[in-house]
Each structure stands twice: as C-alpha cells, then as structure tokens.
Ligand binder design. Structure first.
Ligand code: ADP
Length: 334
C-alpha cells in the first residue's frame, strides 16, 4: 500500500543502512527509552556481563530494529537477526541458538508470531543458556541438554499484550517505543536529508514531519518522494512549496491522511451521517476488505482523533467533520 504505510518496502530497505543511527546518542527522540537502555547497557558493561534480555514493543517503523542494532553496536557485540515467522519449528530456533557466539545480540522481530513449540525452548535458553535437543521420535525420543553461549535476546513485537506471560516475564526490561513528536520527526528528516546529500529547507522539513504519522519510516519515505519531485520537476531545491506539491501529488494531506483514510472518513460522514456504523459495512462502502480498514486506516484515524470506537460501531468526531470541511447534520452522533 501507499506512501504512508508504516511497513517497510523494498525501497525503504535499500536505504535503511544509510539512514539508521548507529549509536544511542544519534537516536532521535524517545528520551525515556534511550535513558533506560543506556543504563541497562552501562550497568552490564561495568559488570562485564551480557545485559538482560530486552523486549521492545511498538508499531511498525518506530525504530525497534534500529535499537537492536544500536544495542549490539554499543556493546561491540555481533548481531544476529531473525523473526518469529521464520521460526516454524523448534529445530529452526535450536539451529540459531546453538550457533550464537558469546555475548551475541539476537534480534527476534515479530516474536509473537513464533511457533508455539519453539517458545518453550526459548524460555530455557533465555534463563539457563541451554537448549534441549530432542533426538529420535516417539517413546524412544531423548532430550540432550546442550550448553549455549550467553547471549542477549532483543525481542520486538507490535503487540506486547499478545505475548504469553512466561515469555514476557523472562525479559529484564521492556522498552515501549511510541509515536514520535513532530519536532523529533523534523530532526530525523533533517538528519536523513543531510545523509542523502539533499538541501532541505527548514519549513520543508516541518511540512514533511507533520504528515508523517508520528513514524520515522514514513518521514524518511516522504522525504525521498519530495526529493524525487524536486529533482525531476523542479530545480532540485527542497523547499516548502516543493514539499507541498509533491505530497499532494501522492495524495497525502496536511495531517498525513491518504486516499484510503479520506475515503473511509468520507463514507462515515456522508453515507452514514457520522455513524455509528459497523466496521464491515464501512469497509464494503469503500470497496475494501474489513481487515484492511481495521489494520491500515483505522488505527491512525483513531489516534488522530477523527474516529471513535463505540460498542455500537464507529463514530466520527467533530474534528473529523471539520477536517473534511463538512458540517454535521442536526442530531448526528459525535
Ligand atoms: P521497526 O523495526 O520498528 O519497524 P526500524 O528500526 O526499521 O523500525 O526503523 C525504520 C526506519 O526509521 C529506519 O530505517 C531508521 O532509519 C528510521 N528511524 C527509526 N527510528 C529512528 C530514530 N529514533 N532516529 C532516526 N531514525 C530513525
């Protein structure tokens, strides 16, 4: 999906290496997380031991992978990256765990999507640095304990609430990565522009930051679209007018709403007079799958204060009417 999706596309990945901050002091915003992590790392270093396992929770594109890389860099330790969906059987996890080096940082993205049987194995590995390798099948199967190198697990999840309690409890520290403040996004955009060698005017940085849905990945992507526009249609200057023109071409509005968001709002206001209306009815009226509306459009519309979830369905707020330039009919909900 479009230019304001928080998920990474191939285009994002190609530039991630260049744009990712490498050390904690270059990581913008999230002051509390930065301070907490810094203490955990310094404490472990002064004791000469691998730090506690760290769980990071927060939406896509907010910097969880970046933080995992920073943890390894700060420790001067190697980093191994894998993800929940890649671990389909406990054998997949055993293969990773048994080849870790001493002190290695293991980043397990989307940890909530790991196969259940692997979870038990991870508990033991996290606690005792041991893997029980099962040899044979059926009644003759035996578990052979295998010591593994002490390591630090960095788990990431978009939904900490989905993790089974025994897994959550084995992390020494949970970092909640939140949406970024506009001024932090502005700093990120300016930093990225510098790294890309683009000459970005301050008011253009503000314009991009404002439309980035609190998400660094989106901010970096919008910056690239503005840069393309400036190079192809303009004279290469990244000023506010160019930023506005480019973002309107991609149908990203003043507050970062895109075409789908606006279609959903428009249907909610016009066809359902502001609601309440059920999510699937709303989805059908914009020609989308309910899941797309629920996962892609709704979270941002709710966070932006345009849509409220009620037991009777979705309801538009007064801010939604105002943003779409419409007047609520008499007696409309919200
Ligand atoms: P996640 O793992 O949470 O999906 P990433 O760590 O991949 O997110 O971050 C997405 C992109 O946003 C990265 O390429 C990185 O360049 C940028 N980014 C994320 N957080 C920050 C930050 N605090 N400061 C600067 N850039 C950031």
């Amino acid at each position: 999906r479009g230019v304001v999706s928080p998920e990474a596309g191939a285009d994002d990945r190609a530039l991630d290496g260049a744009l990712r901050p490498r050390m904690l002091e270059d990581f913008v915003g999230q002051d509390r997380v930065r301070e907490q992590l810094s203490l955990v790392l310094r404490g472990a270093q002064s004791r000469g031991r691998a730090p506690d396992h760290v769980l990071m929770s927060g939406g896509p594109g907010l910097g969880k992978t970046t933080l995992a890389m920073i943890i390894a860099n700060e420790l001067g330790a190697p980093l191994r990256i894998t993800s929940g969906p890649a671990i389909e059987r406990s054998g997949d996890l055993a293969a990773v765990l048994s080849t870790l080096q001493e002190g290695e940082v293991l980043f397990l993205d989307e940890i909530h999507r790991m196969a259940r049987p692997a979870e038990e194995m991870l508990y033991v590995a996290m606690e005792d640095f041991r893997v029980d390798v099962v040899v044979g099948k059926g009644p003759g199967a035996t578990a052979i304990p295998l010591d593994i190198a002490p390591f630090t697990l960095v788990g990431a999840t978009t939904r900490a609430g989905l993790l089974p309690a025994p897994l959550r409890d084995r992390f020494g520290f949970t970092a909640h990565v939140d949406f970024y403040r506009p001024e932090d996004l502005e700093t990120i955009v300016r930093r990225s522009a510098g790294l890309l060698g683009a000459d970005l005017a301050p008011d253009a940085a503000r314009e991009i930051a404002r439309r980035s849905r609190g998400t660094p990945r989106i901010a970096n992507r919008l910056l690239r679209r503005v840069r393309d526009y400036a190079e192809v249609r303009g004279d290469g200057t990244l000023d506010r007018a160019t930023a506005r023109a480019a973002l309107s071409l991609y149908e990203v509005d003043e507050l970062g709403l895109d075409r789908l968001d606006r279609a959903v709002l428009d249907a909610l206001l016009r066809r359902f007079r502001g609601g309440p209306v059920g999510l699937s009815t709303l989805a059908v009226s914009v020609g989308e799958e309910p899941e797309t509306v629920e996962v892609v459009a709704e979270p941002f519309l709710v966070r932006a204060g345009f849509v409220a979830r009620t037991p009777r369905g979705r309801v538009a707020t007064p801010e939604a009417w105002e943003h779409m330039g419409m007047t609520p009919p008499d007696g409309a909900a919200g």
